[in-house]
Design a protein. Structure first.
Lengths: 475, 385
């Protein structure tokens, strides 16, 4: 049962009391969205997007022209531009905000589910989105909607600037639209880009299980045509998302048998229909079980989550509570292989690792400079562990399947960074008593675990073994 | 311009003829054969790497990017002067090029293109496994893949238990500790973890011998070569080279495209060094998402294009040759009036390579890895079958 604390959160830290009722402890964290625990700077997405704009414009429109014959000069000036726009700093700041929710907040369960949703509506590696805006997108569109209906999160994520740009919807132009006609007059062809439409169906809502066809994808793309960033000479593709009727495909569209009229409103209506499709709640229930419990969820596990969805009209706090309860009920039967990020946070929480730089230290950063090494530590660490949360390789995010995290090199990273982490602990937590208490609190077989780790004398070795035991790797 | 559209077929017929006399067909079935794929990310400019000789259209459109002192490969094609190691292989009949080829993707997004070069599909993100992983699955090569990268590349997905090597600068824990963990994993029936820990424990002993733990591709390739050489070592290896997206200052011999080509070239050299004689039983292929426009842009770089080239190396090649069904570079011969066309589906080359190295019937690979798409079996034209 004690693995439940690690399954739905990151285990119990030295200052956490063992809850009298674990399930209530967990579900009480899911009603509201508290302020961020991070006490340092937090920038709005819009401001970060402006830094991204300055970088893109400066590189594409200024430097590439100015240094067309000078590779070294181009490199040098581009580096200056990177620092002038905070390219190496912002994502480190975002990681501080992100990990404070796991380690320093009263709501680690909410944090673990935040990471789930950020990955569900993933912004994967593209251009320099990760360095500037992905963290802010996950704060303002994902976390801010975790006390709303799923529909609201889906609506906002779909027309969020990050998602529209990430999935190329700015290139999605109705083939019979005004813009396509103008293009034809100039001898060019413009047409539909299905990318975003397909992911909306496949990854974000109903999943292929619902049986949509390629024609449904195209029709959905027609509905989405015209949604794109407002273009400007200076802001390029970084303007706010709006609906441009000139690029919208005229006529009625049919998706999954339902008709949609032309125009701005049709996307929102279509999303409402998609999130209310039975395949959508089934898909989300399956993914939640897969994230929290096992690679291969059973119908029995998914059922209570689907019921909670139906009863509450997809109200996320209720869906989350149902998922957490299922995780609780199955905690003795199933252990889930933890991805590198959740593993790191578990170790940091339970063993009191000083993972996150302090707000005052991060505040020392000044634009135009290269951040100092320790200000960049988190981003580098996540890269080393193999799971930078803003750099998933594809729009389907990081995998929730154990096998995808099983590779020798990835396991090596857990060994070496467990060791590194030990030396980031305060002296008071570097004692045998500390470890005995922590193991007692967080594991169901404390005496067996102590017996194993005591085969090594030095505390640092005990630490490395503990955090690479099957009991820790799988929670 | 001497080259004609028929050249590819003519050329390969000659090769086939020669093969019958000069190369005794090796009884390769019981030999361990290796396949190495080098992914060139960002769009490799086939016309910069293997420029055409004496084409006025090319010289006119690329006037600031034309290379001096290229290495002549034959009457029609030359080699980028920095590709010295590849040229060395070429001279030993261990290097060849397929030109004017690409995966069937024409939309010029890196994002989608790189996904498709790895999945081998037509619709970006529709397939979640890589063509190489699916091919290995068909050949039952579980545990035989090695990625020289940290996350397992999509290209290798589709078969479990691949190894990867991308060394951390941090020191591994002592060997006793690793052995303890291994025995615990075994006791608790965590077989996958136990297998991995076995690999790691061996690796830790290996690294204490003072071998370099650099992440440079040249160093990784040497290691990979040593592993591939082992009879019970991996049979498939995958590399990544970034930086081919040169919109600006692509330059000539010392431009930014050269930097990435040099990195690729260093892999050829180190692999050969690590493999020793086993280079004879190895096939190395490159893979990219698209080529680049013929026309240089305002920043003396090039934009995303279509047709590119595949570099091939190793003793499983028939001979040194540039294989192509050359489409020409006149405006009307270009793809959408701007790019070198692709006349050979690159997947035909990859399917043929897998058929040769994995000893699996081409038709089965075509059907089960590439969904029965119209691919051409080039095995006996390109490789020693």
């Amino acid at each position: 049962m004690k693995n439940f604390y690690r399954k739905v959160a990151f285990g119990l830290g030295p200052d956490d009391k063992t809850p009298s009722d674990p399930l209530i402890w967990a579900t009480n964290q899911l009603n509201d969205i508290p302020e961020f625990s991070w006490k340092g700077k937090i920038l709005p997405e819009k401001e970060l997007r402006n830094y991204y704009r300055d970088y893109v414009y400066g590189d594409r429109k200024v430097l590439r022209k100015k240094f067309k014959n000078n590779k070294e000069g181009y490199k040098r000036e581009k580096n200056k531009l990177r620092h002038a726009t905070g390219q190496k700093f912002w994502w480190n700041l975002e990681l501080c905000i992100r990990y404070s929710e796991a380690l320093k907040s009263e709501t680690p369960v909410l944090a673990k589910l935040w990471y789930f949703w950020g990955n569900h509506f993933a912004i994967s590696e593209k251009d320099f989105l990760a360095q500037y805006t992905t963290g802010a997108y996950q704060r303002e569109i994902i976390r801010a909607n975790m006390n709303q209906n799923f529909e609201k999160m889906a609506q906002e994520a779909t027309i969020g600037w990050s998602m529209i740009h990430h999935l190329d919807n700015e290139q999605n132009i109705g083939p019979k639209s005004q813009e396509a006609k103008w293009a034809r007059e100039k001898g060019k062809t413009k047409g539909v880009n299905e990318n975003h439409a397909r992911e909306l169906l496949e990854l974000h809502t109903v999943s292929p299980d619902c049986g949509y066809t390629q024609e449904d994808v195209i029709q959905m793309a027609y509905i989405m045509s015209g949604w794109r960033p407002k273009w400007g000479k200076r802001r390029l593709e970084t303007g706010d998302v709006h609906f441009n009727p000139d690029a919208h495909e005229p006529g009625t569209k049919i998706v999954l048998g339902k008709k949609y009229k032309r125009g701005r409103k049709s996307l929102s209506v279509a999303i409402t229909d998609l999130v209310n499709h039975p395949s959508c709640r089934k898909f989300i229930a399956m993914k939640l079980c897969r994230y929290l419990i096992t690679d291969n969820p059973t119908q029995e596990m998914m059922e209570p989550i689907i019921k909670a969805w139906e009863k509450s009209d997809g109200f996320l706090p209720e869906v989350h509570k149902a998922a957490v309860e299922v995780a609780f009920n199955y905690s003795d039967k199933y252990n889930k292989f933890q991805n590198p990020e959740n593993w790191l946070l578990q170790m940091s929480k339970m063993a009191d690792v000083d993972l996150i730089p302090s707000p005052s230290f991060m505040n020392l950063y000044q634009l135009g400079n290269k951040p100092i090494k320790d200000q960049r530590a988190l981003e580098r660490l996540m890269d080393e562990l193999g799971q930078h949360p803003y750099l998933a390789k594809q729009p389907n995010g990081w995998s929730d399947i154990s096998e995808d995290w099983m590779s020798p090199e990835l396991l090596i990273r857990r060994l070496v960074y467990a060791r590194e982490a030990y030396y980031k602990k305060s002296g008071k937590s570097q004692t045998t008593e500390f470890y005995e208490e922590m193991i007692e609190k967080n594991y169901d077989n404390p005496s067996e675990i102590l017996q194993i780790i005591n085969q090594h004398k030095e505390l640092v070795h005990k630490h490395v073994i503990l955090f690479n035991l099957p009991e820790t790797l799988k929670s | 311009m001497k080259i004609s559209r028929r050249n590819f077929l003519k050329g390969s017929a000659t090769t086939l003829f020669l093969a019958g006399f000069n190369f005794p067909v090796l009884a390769n079935t019981n030999k361990k054969k290796n396949l190495v794929v080098i992914m060139l990310r960002g769009g490799m400019d086939g016309l910069c790497a293997v420029p055409i000789i004496g084409d006025k259209n090319f010289e006119k459109r690329r006037k600031d990017l034309i290379l001096d002192e290229t290495i002549k490969l034959n009457s029609d094609f030359a080699l980028h002067p920095k590709l010295k190691n590849f040229h060395n292989l070429w001279q030993k009949n261990l290097g060849a090029v397929i030109h004017a080829t690409n995966i069937p993707y024409t939309k010029r997004s890196h994002f989608d293109g790189q996904n498709l070069m790895e999945t081998g599909g037509h619709i970006p993100y529709a397939v979640k496994t890589g063509w190489l992983g699916r091919g290995m699955k068909l050949a039952e090569l579980k545990g035989d893949g090695l990625a020289l990268a940290l996350p397992m590349p999509l290209l290798l997905r589709g078969i479990p238990s691949n190894d990867n090597f991308y060394p951390s600068k941090k020191r591994l824990p002592r060997t006793e500790l690793l052995k303890l963990l291994k025995s615990i994993y075994a006791e608790k029936s965590e077989h996958d973890l136990a297998n991995m820990m076995e690999i790691i424990a061996n690796r830790s002993m290996m690294s204490s011998g003072g071998t370099s733990m650099s992440r440079k591709n040249s160093s990784l390739a040497y290691k990979a070569g040593l592993e591939l050489k082992k009879i019970n070592g991996p049979k498939v290896a995958v590399f990544e080279v970034d930086g081919f997206d040169t919109h600006a200052a692509q330059g000539g011999v010392n431009g930014s495209h050269s930097d990435s080509l040099i990195e690729m070239d260093s892999i050829f050299k180190s692999l050969e060094k690590g493999l020793g004689n086993e280079i004879e039983n190895t096939l190395v292929l490159t893979l990219t998402e698209f080529g680049r426009t013929i026309e240089q842009n305002g920043g003396r770089g090039t934009e995303h294009g279509y047709g590119s080239a595949i570099f091939m190396a190793g003793g499983l090649l028939k001979k040194s040759q540039v294989y192509t069904d050359w489409p020409g570079l006149k405006k009307k011969e270009l793809f959408e009036g701007r790019d070198l066309n692709s006349t050979i589906d690159a997947r035909s080359v990859y399917a043929s390579a897998m058929s040769t190295v994995f000893d699996i019937d081409f038709k089965r690979i075509n059907k089960e890895v590439f969904w029965g798409d119209k691919l051409v079996n080039l095995s006996d034209k390109l490789f020693k079958v």
